[in-house]
Design a protein around this ligand. Structure first.
Ligand SMILES: *Cc1c(COP(=O)(O)O)cnc(C)c1O
Length: 497
């Protein structure tokens, strides 16, 4: 299978090359030139496998320059039972009114990012070998909170790699910040920036296309790579959990093979929901993708208002910080797919986005998108109300991001009367966003962030995940804060790691 940039499809590269390099030199994102289709036999085989087997199988359809044995050994290591709290890597919880909560946060950092970032280091180090790369890969990560910790955990002390994480100093939850700043490992660096996630993400993208920086790193035996969902190696492992969820719905008798489902995803950078869209292109029957946003509702406007994407708007910090994003990078891949891989159109639209901060789709493109996608948003008060109601009525404890998705799904169901079973991506442990969840439930906050975990346990009877309790008493290692204009200079730090 070959990969091309969304902005120039003339140069074809292997999966290993796309993963090793992260982003194309023209600033575009690598995409497969075709979607593998799952046959009836494939589905039957998948349904008989455990999560590790399903992951390796789905990856094998895309990463054709990797062997089945390689991928299986990666999946066995990435999703080892002791890392994901048991055999059921991505369990599903059935709630009322067609809601199936797909819990993607049982990994080491308690957010769904682990599903990809436990796999990516294996894929990346193998990709470096396959492409004959001898330099050390420096992974630059812009994070709105969860990617940073998950990437640090995945790459800490992995040979042949260094990792540097940038997070918005006032834009992450206290627990997220503590998780990142206490990260162990010889090859890790964490930098806070004055600015929001978009500033961090744009700066990282600029570093990637800065020739002088690349040359300077190259002289020191270093190369750049990415662990954000702009990297195909981040996105590909996410496709598997939707296919796995479909198999689980069949296994439990909720649906029959071939029945459609909906997929509702709390969305920021558009990576998670795009993985579900790709699962559909492989043959998973999906009626609607429901894209859920918080008050930063640039995507809701895009899907609801005739395909104009406009980031020229106020940016809000919310109780669901991992979705506080105005530039949803992976939308670029969706545009590439629905336009029939029209790299010229995508390059032009992305050019407009970077110069004017907005673009508008042609009508035919927009209609293709709305055939598949619906969207909605809610504010912090509605999110809190949903957390409380879900807990009181269904005894389900949701984090703020997941609650946004539940709220948007409820509105969708009311408006459309669509009763299709709906897989809702549950993207983080509620204990990662303790303050907001405790407040939503009407509890009393403690001063200290780790003590907060006990407060939530007392309120709900739910135990805190061990990796979060283990933060008690740990001292932060990283306290550097820089202005967003200084990010380029921080690349120098990589040389000393
Ligand atoms: C990253 C994240 C999201 C958004 O996912 P995207 O792939 O960026 O759309 C939602 N919820 C949580 C908890 C996250 O960490």
């Amino acid at each position: 299978m070959e990969y091309v940039s969304t902005r120039d499809k003339s140069r074809k590269v292997s999966a290993a090359y796309a993963i090793a390099n992260g982003i194309a030199p023209d600033g575009g994102l690598y995409c497969p030139t075709e979607f593998p289709r799952l046959s009836h036999e494939d589905w039957k085989a998948l349904c008989d496998m455990d999560y590790k087997g399903r992951s390796a199988f789905v990856l094998g359809k895309f990463l054709t320059d990797f062997t089945a044995e390689e991928l299986k050994s990666f999946a066995d290591a990435a999703y080892a039972d002791e890392k994901f709290g048991g055999k059921n890597t991505a369990p599903m919880v059935k709630l009322a009114d067609g809601k199936y909560m797909l819990e993607l946060w049982h990994g080491p950092t308690c957010a769904f990012k682990d599903m990809a970032l436990q796999m990516l280091p294996h894929l990346l180090t193998a990709s470096l070998k396959k492409t004959g790369e001898t330099r050390t890969a420096c992974i630059l990560v812009a994070t709105s909170g969860d990617t940073g910790k998950a990437a640090l955990d995945g790459f800490a002390d992995v040979d042949g790699t260094k990792i540097m994480v940038y997070y918005p100093v006032d834009g992450v939850s206290p627990m997220q910040k503590l998780q990142m700043t206490t990260q162990a490992g010889k090859n890790v660096e964490v930098v806070a920036i004055h600015g929001n996630f978009d500033d961090a993400q744009s700066a990282v993208k600029r570093i990637f296309i800065d020739e002088a920086t690349r040359a300077n790193l190259d002289k020191n035996g270093l190369m750049l790579s990415s662990a954000n969902s702009i990297n195909w190696g981040r996105l590909a492992p996410q496709i598997a959990y939707y296919i796995s969820a479909y198999c689980d719905l069949i296994a439990t008798g909720e649906i029959k093979m071939g029945d459609p489902i909906n997929v509702c995803v709390p969305t920021g950078n558009f990576g998670n929901i795009l993985a579900a869209y790709i699962a559909k292109q492989m043959g998973m029957p999906v009626n609607k993708f429901i894209c859920a946003s918080n008050r930063n509702n640039v995507l809701t406007d895009f899907f609801k208002k005739s395909g104009s994407y406009d980031k020229n708007r106020d940016f809000y910090t919310t109780t669901s910080p991992s979705m506080d994003i105005l530039i949803s990078s992976n939308l670029e891949r969706l545009l590439f797919f629905v336009s029939g891989q029209n790299d010229k159109v995508v390059a032009e639209l992305m050019g407009q986005l970077s110069t004017e901060g907005r673009y508008a789709l042609a009508k035919d493109l927009f209609e293709k998108i709305t055939a598949d996608f619906d969207a909605g948003c809610c504010d912090d008060a509605q999110t809190a109300e949903t957390i409380k109601r879900l807990f009181d009525e269904e005894h389900y404890l949701a984090d703020t991001h997941t609650a946004v998705a539940v709220r948007v799904y409820e509105m969708y169901r009311k408006q459309t009367c669509d009763k299709t079973p709906t897989v809702i991506a549950s993207t983080a442990s509620p204990f990662k966003f303790c303050r907001a969840v405790i407040e939503a439930l009407g509890g009393t906050l403690e001063q200290d962030d780790v003590t907060q975990l006990d407060v939530l346990t007392q309120l709900t009877g739910v135990a805190a995940p061990a990796p979060l309790s283990a933060l008690a008493g740990k001292t932060p290692r990283f306290d550097r804060v820089v202005d967003k204009s200084e990010i380029l200079g921080t690349v120098e730090l990589l040389k000393d790691l």
